[in-house]
Structures are given as structure tokens and as C-alpha cells.
Design a protein around this ligand. Structure first.
Ligand code: FES
Length: 194
């Protein structure tokens, strides 16, 4: 009797189990996936700290207000006898005025162009005020004669104080605007008798 055939031995051996260390690289993609989340978290914190920082600086700013030094609007310019005939420009930088004396009157021109508000320059050789912005020209009494300025420059209030000095008030201006039917250059306070 023939012996039952033994099952043939398989020549294929089971593949060796991968070493434990070899399984580790599989975890790497997981770490990479966490990177965008970390980045997002960092950005959120940066925004929060930025927001808090800006608010803190704004809070501190209350303790350091920006001081704006406006020129005085009421001030003394000396005695009438201090001024000769013509245009005195020495108060322009501090007070934005010129003092003018003619044979009849002493008055103060507020140095603001009536076109768009620039400060004209006094041109001694040409005996005129010239606006550097758009070329308006004014004669030695501040009356416009060329360029786009629509009317003469305004005059500031003047009066004599108890000591005999001239007090100027640039908050009180006298206007000549003939198109509007307004002429205040002869009002009391617009000039002093020379
Ligand atoms: S502002 Fe003086 S001419 Fe325009």
C-alpha cells in the first residue's frame, strides 16, 4: 500500500518581522501634520500680543500728550514811536504779522494770503508782498493787485494799553471785501492814528 504523500515542503519562508525600529518612520507624517497647527497657534498668539501691545502704547500715550505751541494771539509790540514809515517785518516769525506805518495811520496786517492762506513774503526792493504759493501780489498796505487773491489781507486789532504800548489781537481781524459789501479797515481798532 502506497504511503500517503507528504505535503511538499514549501520553499517560501515567512518574511522576517520588520525590526521595531523600522516602524518608527511611519510616525513622521503625523509630526509634519502638526506643523500647520503649531504655526496657526503661533500666529494667533502673535496677533493677541500685537493687539495688547498697541493698546498698551495707546494707554501710555495719554501720559505724554502732544503739546502744540500756538503763538500768542494777544501781545505787545512796543510803542508807536518805535515804528518808522514803511513795513516792519520783525514780528512775522513769532506772530505772523507785519506792522505798517504811513503818514496817517499805523496798522497791523495779518500775514495770511486771502487766496488759500499761505504766508506771503515782503519784497523790500519791489515794495510788495508776494505769495510763494500761487503768485498773488499785494502792495505795501496789503492790498491785492495781482494773482488769484480775491481781496486785501486782513488787519489785526490794535489798541494802546495803560503804559502807552501797542497791543495787538490777532483773534480780532478787520476785513475788506468790497464784493461782499464789507469794508472794516476804517473801523475803530483797525488802526492807530500816526
Ligand atoms: S495762497 Fe497765496 S496765491 Fe494762493
Amino acid at each position: 500500500m502506497a504511503e500517503p504523500e507528504k505535503p511538499a515542503e514549501t520553499s517560501v519562508k515567512a518574511a522576517p518581522a520588520p525590526p521595531a525600529a523600522a516602524a518608527k518612520p511611519a510616525a513622521k507624517p503625523k509630526k509634519d501634520a502638526e506643523k500647520p497647527a503649531d504655526l496657526r497657534r503661533s500666529l494667533i498668539w502673535a496677533c493677541i500680543w500685537g493687539y495688547l501691545g498697541v493698546n498698551f502704547l495707546m494707554f501710555l500715550r495719554f501720559f505724554f500728550p502732544r503739546a502744540l505751541f500756538e503763538p500768542k494771539t494777544v501781545f505787545s509790540i512796543g510803542f508807536p514811536s518805535d515804528f518808522g514809515l514803511g513795513v516792519e517785518t520783525k514780528f512775522q516769525r513769532d506772530y505772523r504779522i507785519w506792522v505798517v506805518r504811513n503818514p496817517e495811520r499805523l496798522f497791523v496786517i495779518y500775514a495770511r494770503c486771502t487766496h488759500l492762506g499761505c504766508t506771503p513774503d515782503w519784497k523790500q526792493t519791489e515794495q510788495k508782498f508776494k505769495c510763494p504759493c500761487h503768485g498773488s501780489g499785494y502792495d505795501s498796505e496789503g492790498v491785492n493787485f495781482e494773482g488769484p487773491a480775491p481781496r486785501p489781507m486782513d488787519r489785526a486789532h490794535v489798541e494802546i494799553d495803560a503804559t502807552g504800548q501797542i497791543i495787538v489781537d490777532t483773534n480780532r481781524l478787520y476785513v475788506r471785501d468790497l464784493k461782499a459789501g464789507r469794508d472794516e479797515f476804517s473801523n475803530a481798532g483797525a488802526f492807530l492814528n500816526a
